[in-house]
Every structure is written in C-alpha cells, then in structure tokens.
Design a binder for this molecule. Structure first.
Ligand SMILES: Nc1ncnc2c1ncn2[C@@H]1O[C@H](COP(=O)(O)OP(=O)(O)OP(=O)(O)O)[C@@H](O)[C@H]1O
Ligand SMILES: [Zn+2]
Length: 696
C-alpha cells in the first residue's frame, strides 16, 4: 500500500548477479548504480538503511558454464563470486552486505520457506510430462532448453522465461524446443514436481499492484504486471530435476532441487541475516516491520519474479512485508548491440577498473546520465568521452578548480568574510539552497538521470556565477567585492561536495578533503545545504587544489572501439573453418606443483564395449603399464569398439574414481575436440614409448 508516513527504516535489495560471468555495464546501469545512488542518498539523509545483495550461485546458468569450461559448478561460482565482489567494492557500490547463495545460512533460509509453504499446503504436488534430453539423459528446464516464445514469437526463449517479452514460461510451453546441451529435439518423460499455484494469488496481486500501486510504480513495471495478471496466472513449478542447487527438503524430493528463482530472492533475506550476525543487529524488523520500506532494484527481465512470484511466496509465508516499489530499469545496449556475456559484447567492470584507474565516477556518471530508465538505451564510448570532457571536466571540475585555486591565491586558503550581498549573490545562494530538494524529488521518484542532470546544473550555476562575476578581473579594482564573490562560490563548491556524494562518491570524498570539511566539525548532511548557515564559514581553512577529473583522449576511446571491433571480428568468423568452435578463455594460471600432481601415462586399450542401454558410454579395459583398469568414457558415438581396441592413448591415472551408471571409471583418456565436433585421441606416436611411460 502506498505509505503515508515516513518509514522508520529501508531495506534495499539489488538483483543477485549470476556467477556465470563478471559484471558488465548493463548490470551496473540497470541495477547497481541506481540502487547505490538511492542507498547513499538515504544515508546522507540520516535514514536507517540496509542495502543487501549477493551472488546467485544456483541455477542452470551455472551448470552450463561449468559444463562448458569442463570444471565443477563450485569452481565456477568461487571464481566469479571473487571477481564480482571485488569489482563492486572497487567501484564503490556501498552494499552493507554482499553474500552468496551457496552459504549454509541461505540453504537453511530457502529450505525453511519451502517447508513452511509445503506444510501449509501452499503447493500443488503433481507428476507431469517434462522435456527430456535422451542423449544427455537429463530433464530440460530453464536455460537447458530454448524454443519459440508462445507469447511473442521470439525464437530464443528459455524454458522458464522469454527475455524478449518478459513472460514467465513453462518449458513445455515452448514451440519447437531444442536442448542447449546436445542440440537435440527433446522427448518428454514423467516426473514429479511442486507447483506454486499463482492463480490463487491473482486477486491479491490485482488489488496490491493494479489498484494500490497504480500511481507510484513505474509505467514499464506496472504495464508488465498488468498484462500478466490480466492474461491469467498459472501454477509454476518451483522444483527442478537437477543436481546443482538447494535440495528439495521434503519427502519425495530426493534428487531434485529448488528452482533458482524460488531461492534467489530469498537470498536477500539470507544476506540480511548474515549482515545482522556480523554486526550484532536484528534482521527481522528489516523484513517484517510494517514501518519498513522494502525496495527491489532490478532489470526488466526480473520483473515477473519480483512483482508476481516472490510477493506471492512472501504473502503465502505470512510473516513478511511486501516491496513498496520495484523500480526496474529497461536494458542498456553497447554501441548499438545487445550486451552479451557469451558473445563477449560488453564493457567489463573489472577491466574498466584497470584500464581507467581512479575513474569510477566517470563511468557512474555516464551510466546514470544515460540510464535506460524508461526505454532501452545505448552506451557509446563517444558519449562517455563527451560526458567526461564536456561536463565533468569542463563544468564541475573547472568550477571547483577555479574556486580552490583563487581562494589559495587571494586568501591563503581561508574562506573570506563576505561584504554586502548583491541581488545576484542572494539569488545564487537561494538557488543553491533549493538544490537538495530538487535532487531529492528526482531521486525519490527514481529519476536518476534527471537527478544527475540537476547536480550538473548546480555546477553550471557555480561556473556561470564565476564567469559572470570575473573575480580575477575585479581583484584589480575592488578587493572587498572579490571576498564576497569567493565566499558565495565556496558555498556552491561545498554544496556540490555534499550533493554529489550519491552519484560521484569518490569525487565527493576528494572534494571534501580539498575543502577540509572531512576532519572538521562542519556538517555535511544533505540537510546542511539548505540551511541559512554558511556551509563553509569565514575563516575556515581549505586545502590545496587537486584535479577532480582529467580529460579522456581520443586515443583512449579508439583503443576501446578497436577492442570491440576485434570482438566483432572474432564473433563473425563463424562460418569460416572455425565454425561452432567456442574458444574458451584461458583458465587460471597454475603452478608447476599443481601440474605435477597429474599422473599421466601411456596406455593401450585392450578391450572395449558399449555400455548397454546408453548411446554415449564406452567401457574400456586399459593397460596402463602399472595395472589393467576400467575406464568409462562418453565416446561411443565417435568410435566403434573395433576402432578402439589396440589403440595407444594418454591416460590420467590418478583422477578420483567415479561411478558412471553403476560402473566405476578409474581414470580418464585424453581427447581433443575438432572443429566439426569430432574427437581425436591425444596420443603418443604408436611406435613410441611403452605402456606406463610418464608424460610430463
Ligand atoms: N543490459 C542490461 N541492461 C540493464 N540491466 C541488465 C542488463 N543485463 C542484465 N541486467 C540486469 O542485471 C541484473 C543481474 O543480471 P544477471 O546476473 O541475472 O545477468 P543476466 O541477465 O543473465 O545478464 P547476461 O546475460 O548479460 O549475463 C538483473 O537484474 C538483470 O535484469
Ligand atoms: Zn516472448
């Protein structure tokens, strides 16, 4: 319900990023920068804020990435969680806690939700036909299957969602489904799952969103919700037949896990619990207090999960508050094309931080000034350069630099005593005092672009004031007047230092240091800017000038465009002989000690036979020189047993044994995959070393 009184505390969540890749500018513009601006703004207002996020470490996106890289899901999540967490911190995203959904606290919390709803009979338990990949011997859900969206005709819709129209789907709804694991057309197979009957929540959702939030939710969010609710809601499976995720904690759930979109939003709660534990605080008021304002910052493809599914889960649970708003953004593109992790079409945050050191605020500003708030938008490097050179350097930086340099030059850095104020001085100070309200009003309506432009307008006000008053000329004839001019200009500089903090936190800190307000007793809250009191009183000593921003050169922009051009070329070489090959990024560097742990030997295959009732598996007896052992390998579609017997191969003999369909495989035979998907043995020359020779 639209809140009448001012909330006592705020819980702010930012979408949990999947740990299947690093953070790119789309994520930042869509979610993390606006959420951070909002949180910082509230803190400056003295509000009680809990800003949480964390890595989403379950789901098919992770399993797929692990399969692709030939490593375990655990290795994938550890790697990307590390990269993501570090880059967020360096970029100044001020989470109170950044958690991960693989932690026990999250498994317990998500299981607890499931058990509670199960106990209340809030699920439908049903055995239905689900898509099945015979070749991979796996059920296909979510990103393991693509097909045509029954709602909009988009051909690359996933098994749970169409990213084009935002619809939430059941995999069996897809037209012409195709397995993304093997490319095959799936069959169907019976399996039991638990469904959340969303139809039961239709009346509640209609009342809560379509009536109560008709006027305060963004039109893009409201519109999506309205079309789903009006279209009729259906039960959604909240469990999956997968081996990676949170085990289904009820009878009959063996071998199944929770659907990632069931557990991920609960991750906000787990993250809050982790924070409370560490800080010695109570998390419950932040999630259960009626006087708490809960906000979810997300991108548009997450709207259904945060506005329909998660609220239904919270409502069913009964103890929790609902979000007051879900200010979802549309999508950011890059140089005219959709950002894509798999196509490497992105500006990666961790790379930006290295290539543009100490320039976090420039990216924050560019992404805010051009945020995809009401429609999809394009990031271009030219715009980045223009925003930096024409606005941050030429207006903001130039104004502040003049003020600081002149104050040092004329008054040894002491704020001068003003004389009588002219009409323009008074008018300028009045305008300055209006800015907190102007910017607040934009931020509180989630119009961050507008807010960032108002901030720049304040810098413009200062710049124009100095340009009109020309203290560097007046100093020759009227020194007293200059004291007044500089006093007024200094107040604007101090106002900027405070009001830019949500948008440009690094610049704000630098400017506060230059103005020497950090270690002083001067107040720097949001409210301090609109009081009649001077922000910087006469006599206050400021520090030396230091450049806040530097120009971005053409060559830097060209280098970035060249990098993107190279990506385009490498993506376009599809169709050449390298068709369909995905060149994996180089894995992390290992030490010689790591390498020397691999015991690889020359061996000979002495027996081979296809495993009954499978298409892919071949069971082989291999003479390793040390012993004769069984190795099972997924190569039966590539070789007949006859072709294999007698072949010299390279065997990794100290790989931990693993049971495949009941037969223990004791090692691995090394193979390379050719351009056409053909497998080739990595083998010593046939006449070469005898069985058991080590390979190093
Ligand atoms: N290009 C984009 N513009 C705006 N928001 C985005 C963009 N890409 C992702 N987001 C948002 O960022 C948040 C985290 O994204 P998530 O980790 O789920 O990645 P994703 O949607 O799979 O992106 P990608 O496919 O590029 O990896 C989500 O709320 C998502 O809506
Ligand atoms: Zn669609």
């Amino acid at each position: 319900m639209a809140q009448e009184t001012s909330p006592k505390r705020y819980t702010i969540t930012a979408a949990l990023p999947y740990t299947n890749g690093p953070i790119h500018i789309g994520h930042l513009a869509g979610v993390y920068v606006p959420a951070d601006i909002y949180s910082r703004y509230l803190r400056l207002q003295g509000k009680d804020v809990l800003f949480v996020c964390g890595s989403d470490e379950h789901g098919v996106a992770i399993s797929m990435k692990a399969k692709k890289e030939g490593v375990t899901p655990k290795e994938i999540i550890d790697k990307y969680h590390g990269i993501i967490k570090k880059s967020f911190a360096q970029f100044g995203i001020s989470f109170d806690n950044y958690s991960r959904t693989s932690l026990p606290v999250h498994h317990e919390t998500a299981s607890g939700f499931f058990k509670k709803l199960y106990g209340q009979n809030d699920f439908i338990e049903e055995t239905t036909e689900q898509l099945y990949d015979e070749e991979a011997q796996q059920f296909l859900a979510d990103r393991f299957v693509v097909g045509t969206c029954p709602r909009c005709g988009h051909e690359e819709a996933y098994g749970d969602q169409c990213e084009n129209c935002g619809s939430s789907l059941n995999a069996t709804d897809l037209i012409n489904p195709k397995s993304t694991i093997t490319g095959s057309v799936p069959s169907t197979k019976k399996t039991k799952h638990w469904f959340l009957p969303l139809d039961r929540y239709e009346d509640f959702l209609r009342e809560w969103i379509l009536v109560a939030h008709k006027n305060d939710w963004k039109p893009n969010v409201y519109g999506q919700c309205k079309s789903w609710i009006d279209g009729g809601l259906e039960p959604r499976a909240v469990t999956r037949d997968l081996d990676w995720g949170i085990p289904v904690p009820v009878e009959g759930g063996e071998g199944k896990v929770l659907y990632v979109w069931f557990d991920a939003p609960i991750g906000y709660i787990s993250s809050s619990k982790e924070w409370a534990e560490r800080e010695g605080k109570d998390w419950e008021p932040y999630w259960k207090g009626k006087d708490t304002k809960l906000l979810h910052f997300i991108g548009k493809d997450n709207i259904v999960f945060h506005c329909i599914i998660f609220p239904s889960i919270l409502k069913a649970h009964g103890d929790y508050i609902l979000p007051e708003n879900v200010p979802a953004n549309e999508f950011l593109n890059l140089e005219g094309n959709k950002l894509s992790t798999s196509k490497n079409w992105a500006v990666w945050l961790h790379e930006y931080l290295v290539e543009f050191p100490d320039m976090q605020d420039v990216l924050r500003y560019t992404l805010t000034a051009n945020a995809p708030e009401t429609k999809d938008n394009d990031f271009t490097w030219k715009d980045f350069q223009a925003r930096n050179n024409n606005e941050l350097v030429a207006i903001f930086g130039n104004f502040v630099n003049r003020v600081v340099v002149l104050t040092n030059k004329y008054y040894d850095g002491q704020v001068p005593m003003p004389g009588e104020l002219s009409d323009l001085d008074r008018e300028t100070l009045n305008q300055l005092r209006k800015y907190p309200e102007i910017i607040s009003s934009s931020i509180e309506r989630y119009r961050f672009r507008e807010a960032s432009q108002e901030l720049m307008n304040l810098a413009r006000l200062g710049n124009k004031y100095l340009a009109d008053e020309e203290p560097w000329k007046v100093i020759k004839e009227d020194e007293e007047r200059v004291s007044t001019i500089m006093f007024v200009a200094l107040q604007i500089a101090a106002g900027l230092a405070v009001l830019c903090e949500p948008f440009l936190p690094f610049t704000s800190a630098k400017l506060k240091t230059i103005l020497n307000v950090r270690s002083s007793a001067l107040e720097t809250s949001w409210a301090s800017v609109f009081t009649e009191e001077a922000l910087l009183p006469s006599g206050h000593q400021i520090g030396k000038a230091e450049l806040l921003f530097r120009k971005v050169e053409d060559s830097e922009i060209e280098a970035q465009l060249d990098k993107l051009e190279a990506t385009k070329k490498s993506n376009a070489s599809d169709g050449e002989p390298t068709k369909n090959i995905e060149i994996m990024p180089q894995k992390d560097t290992i030490t010689y000690d790591d390498f020397s742990k691999l015991d690889m030997r020359v061996g000979t295959i002495i027996e081979a036979e296809k495993m009954p009732k499978t298409d892919k598996l071949m069971v082989m007896q291999v003479d390793t020189g040390l012993d004769q052992r069984t190795i099972v390998s997924g190569i039966a579609e590539h070789f007949t047993p006859e072709e294999l017997i007698g072949r010299k191969v390279t065997v990794l003999i100290n790989l931990a044994p693993r049971k495949l369909r009941g037969t223990e495989s004791q090692g691995m035979i090394l193979l390379a995959e050719g351009a056409d998907g053909k497998l080739v043995f990595v083998n010593p020359d046939e006449d070469g070393p005898h069985n058991g020779s080590t390979i190093s």
